[in-house]
Every structure is written in structure tokens, then in C-alpha cells.
Design a protein around this ligand. Structure first.
Ligand code: FES
Length: 161
């Protein structure tokens, strides 16, 4: 089990997970390593009780991985719910009015950059892995889960961290 998998199994996700990983590593590459662990553990067992929690000790040191100007024509797909774009190998999708989700484009089944956003969930076209918008695997191919990021809406700008 990698450090990433361990922290994710502990319920950490999104920005908190990335901040922890960044604090433990000298390499700040946001892409988790895709080791071939035979474990079928999933972070869904605890139903994400820590998601959305506000930690009093949290700092604003999370790294901005991508910034999106919603007025730019290149990101017009984000004007509609269900639309998505790919920026810096991150899939950014609009799920509702002023609500966005983001995840790595790299599948956890095999390290292929084939994750997109289909029917309200992240989907890998290589073998069909499905992931919820929180990164929980929805079928056997997606059992390892998907790294998701925090999307902050600031006017017409999205920041992914
Ligand atoms: S590489 Fe994505 S489902 Fe197999």
C-alpha cells in the first residue's frame, strides 16, 4: 500500500490529501504513483465522514494546479452541466450551477490518461472504470478510486488545488 493509498483509506481526500502528501515528500508531483497493489481496499467503507470537515489547523498552502477563466472560449464546455475540459492532465467538470469537480486524468486501474466525465461521473474509456465525483470507484476497474481535487470558484475563475 502506498502512502497515497493509506491516507486515502484513512478518509483524506481532495486538498487535505494532497497537502499531506506534499508535506511528506520532496517531490510535489500531484500525480499519485499507480503501484500494482493487489489490495481491493476502498475508501468507501467509512462513507467519507471526514469530507468537508474544517480543520482549524489547515493552512492555505495548497498548491494551485490549474486556473481556469470561465469566460475563455477554450472552456465553453463548462457553461453547461455535464460539460468538462481537461487542463494540465486534470478533468474539470461542471455538475450543477456554480458547482464543479476535478480529478486526475490518469486512471487508477492502469496509468492511462483516459479519464473523462460522462453521465455525472468520471469514466475511463480504456476498460470502463467508473468513479463518483468524490473519486470512489463504482466498479471493479475503478476499485482503487480516483484522485480528486478541490475546486474553488472565485468569480469567473476556477482554481484547482
Ligand atoms: S486503464 Fe482505465 S479502466 Fe483500465
Amino acid at each position: 500500500m502506498t502512502r497515497y493509498e493509506f491516507l486515502k483509506s484513512m478518509g483524506f481526500q481532495g486538498g487535505a490529501l494532497m497537502a499531506l502528501l506534499a508535506s511528506c515528500q520532496t517531490n510535489n508531483d500531484p500525480t499519485p504513483s499507480s503501484s500494482t497493489s493487489s489490495s481491493s481496499s476502498s475508501s468507501s467503507s467509512s462513507s467519507g465522514s471526514t469530507s468537508g470537515s474544517t480543520s482549524g489547523s489547515a493552512t492555505s498552502s495548497s498548491t494551485v494546479l490549474a486556473s481556469i477563466d470561465l469566460t475563455a472560449t477554450a472552456y465553453a464546455a463548462l457553461k453547461n452541466s455535464g460539460g468538462y475540459v481537461i487542463v494540465n492532465s486534470i478533468v474539470v467538470a461542471r455538475t450543477a450551477q456554480n458547482t464543479y469537480v476535478a480529478a486526475t486524468q490518469t486512471c487508477s486501474h492502469e496509468p492511462k490518461k483516459k479519464v473523462t466525465f460522462v453521465n455525472g461521473e468520471f469514466f475511463c474509456s480504456e476498460h470502463g472504470a467508473r468513479y463518483s465525483t468524490t473519486g470512489v470507484g463504482l466498479n471493479s476497474y475503478g476499485a482503487k478510486g480516483l484522485t480528486v481535487y478541490t475546486v474553488t470558484v472565485n468569480g469567473n475563475t476556477l482554481e484547482i488545488s
